[in-house]
Design a protein around this ligand. Structure first.
Ligand code: PRP
Length: 207
């Protein structure tokens, strides 16, 4: 089953428009990615499990709520790194496990170059972070790695998706919800999302 969640939040739409603008400089681009990631993570964690916790206020006692699950962020390098900062402000105790993948420019297939996951899983939920879901190859490869690691509850959080990427990820991993700011029109002949925002990694890091 396809589980696509496209944000309807006006702030997300506003910030995404600024992010797409080709005249937005690198510093502003990074800041917008940080803010958008925080907003999208807020939406993606709506169904987090909680437990009750007694709390003493200055006025007396009550029963509050506390988060129950251990969350791991899995940013796909490079561009996913830009999404971790904002989310770590929201979830300061998360673990961050970087996965290094790049797309071969000819085949568009992901090539792995970094993975330091420990043997045993240390978290209960993983959020895959990558601004762009283009062909879906990088997200699928990352989800495969995480499942092999032993974590089955996975969510994808990104900024833009192409229909082709959503289809591929949903087919390979129907259990993974996809949270994005916007579903764009299509991929172009070199695998870029259109209208998109260009190359997220290049715009983030000035390369
Ligand atoms: C881009 C992007 C995703 C990937 C998406 O990374 O940041 O990781 O491509 O494409 P896919 O859905 O077709 O796999 P890129 O390979 O350009 O590497 P970079 O982040 O190091 O620039």
């Amino acid at each position: 089953m396809k589980q696509l969640f496209e944000s309807q939040h006006p702030l997300v739409k506003h910030k995404l428009t600024a992010l797409r603008d080709k005249n937005t400089d690198h510093r502003t681009f990074r800041e917008l990615v940080r803010e958008l990631s925080l907003l999208l993570c807020y939406e993606a964690t709506l169904d987090m499990e909680t437990t009750q916790k007694p709390v003493e206020t200055p006025m007396g006692e009550t029963v509050g709520t506390t988060a129950k699950e251990t969350i791991g962020l899995v940013p796909i390098m490079r561009a996913g790194i830009g999404m971790t900062d904002g989310i770590m402000q929201l979830l300061p105790n998360v673990q961050v496990w970087h996965i290094g993948l790049y797309r071969d420019e000819e085949t568009l297939r992901p090539v792995s170059y970094y993975n330091k996951l420990p043997k045993e899983p240390t978290v209960q939920i993983c959020l895959i972070l990558d601004p762009m879901l283009a062909t879906g190859g990088s997200a699928i490869a990352t989800a495969n790695i995480i499942k092999e690691w032993g974590v089955s509850r996975i969510k994808y959080v990104g900024l833009l998706a192409a229909p082709e990427g959503v289809e591929a990820l949903s087919t390979a991993h129907p259990d993974i919800p996809i949270h994005v700011a916007h579903l764009d029109e299509r991929l172009n002949e070199i695998g870029f999302i259109v209208p998109g925002l260009g190359d997220a990694g290049d715009r983030m890091f000035g390369t």
